[in-house]
Design a protein around this ligand. Structure first.
Ligand code: XMP
Length: 326
């Protein structure tokens, strides 16, 4: 019978047959697909896989740690975390335009990853080995859709790990090519990945960088990260993680409004909650979250994040709104 345990066994065999005694490289993004692909390949070839994770400083609270700690604990994978936080902040300084921010993040990402790939290959060479394989978390729908651009590509510059140095020649290893997302999640669970990783909702490559309307700074990232963590914790506590597609939290960093807290006037920033329901992110509806949940989130954010004095709900479907604000 076609069970996910069979799929794991079968793919492990295939990967071993393909890679033989060779070495492989895999870019982890924090997302489900790359994590499951890496875990499968690790099971097949052990420490002949090296994973690279670029920490651009635009991740949400706990995400980098989850990769560094939990993912490694479960898989035992050889992981290189590249701390590129300064580099990204420097590159983003002074930029407020959404497309400029997206392009800058994409460009820096490729730069950092290219260098990391060269380093891994260089280290292998020193030991008289080569890295010939690149692992990618391509899913069946990606295979079907490849070639045809999605409409959104014209609206926003989507960023994913794409380019590699031309002098690096890799053979692709794509162990998820026959699977749909729900199957990938099951494979992840089979491999022992934490539920929080396997059920992670979509999160854009440019991360929190496109959820701060205005310039991205360390302080603003810190404010947004704290507000976002509260929203995620409350959605999880309410058991809504699998019901909603995703819930971006957006910091309107250039907007301030007057408020009152205790005896004092405040002049803080609004955050926007953007809960959406969707099948494929091409269209979406705003999710009717329970009022008591919204109230709890609002109270907690304004109490626990002093820079924020207003919580606002986005009730726009897609179209005409997009899911992310930038
Ligand atoms: P929009 O904002 O276009 O988002 O309605 C649709 C879906 O795509 C995600 N998204 C991205 N994912 N790189 C990604 O990997 C990106 O640059 C990017 N921009 C948006 C968004 O979170 C939503 O799920």
């Amino acid at each position: 019978t076609w069970t996910m345990a069979n799929v794991v066994e079968e793919q492990v065999e295939r990967i071993r047959a393909q890679v033989g005694e060779g070495r492989a490289l895999c870019a982890l993004s924090g997302g489900v697909d790359s994590a499951v692909a890496a875990a499968l390949v690790q099971r097949a070839i052990g420490d002949r896989l090296t994973c690279v994770y670029v920490d651009h400083g635009l991740m949400r609270e706990g995400e980098t740690e989850q990769i560094e700690r939990d993912f490694v604990a479960v898989t035992g994978v050889d992981l290189r975390v590249v701390d590129a936080r300064e580099q990204f902040l420097t590159a983003l300084a002074g930029l407020a335009d959404p497309e400029q921010k997206r392009k800058t993040i994409g460009r820096e990402f490729i730069r950092v990853f290219e260098q990391a790939a060269l380093d891994v290959v260089g280290d292998a060479k020193e030991h008289g080995e080569s890295v010939d394989f690149l692992v990618q978390g391509t899913l069946y729908p990606d295979v079907v859709e490849s070639g045809g651009g999605t409409g959104t590509a014209n609206i926003k510059s989507h960023h994913n790990v794409g380019g590699l140095p031309e002098d690096l020649q890799f053979t692709l290893v794509e162990p998820l090519r026959t699977l749909f997302k729900d199957e990938v999640r099951e494979v992840g669970l089979q491999l022992g990945l934490p539920e929080s990783m396997v059920w992670r909702q979509p999160f854009p490559g440019p991360g929190l960088g496109i959820r701060i309307v205005g310039e991205v700074t360390r302080e603003r990232l810190d404010v947004l990260r704290r507000a976002d963590a509260i929203v995620r914790a409350e959605l999880t506590a309410a058991g809504l993680d699998r019901e909603i597609w995703q819930c971006p939290v957006v910091l309107l960093a250039d907007v301030r409004s007057v408020g009152v807290q205790g005896d004092g006037r405040t002049y803080g920033h609004p955050v926007v909650l953007r809960p959406v329901s969707s099948e494929d992110a091409m269209t979406a509806d705003w999710t009717r979250l329970p009022y008591d949940l919204l109230a709890r989130v609002s109270t907690r954010i304004t109490n626990e994040v002093p820079e924020v004095n207003r919580v606002v709900l986005d009730v726009t479907s897609k179209p005409p709104g997009t899911i992310e604000w930038e």
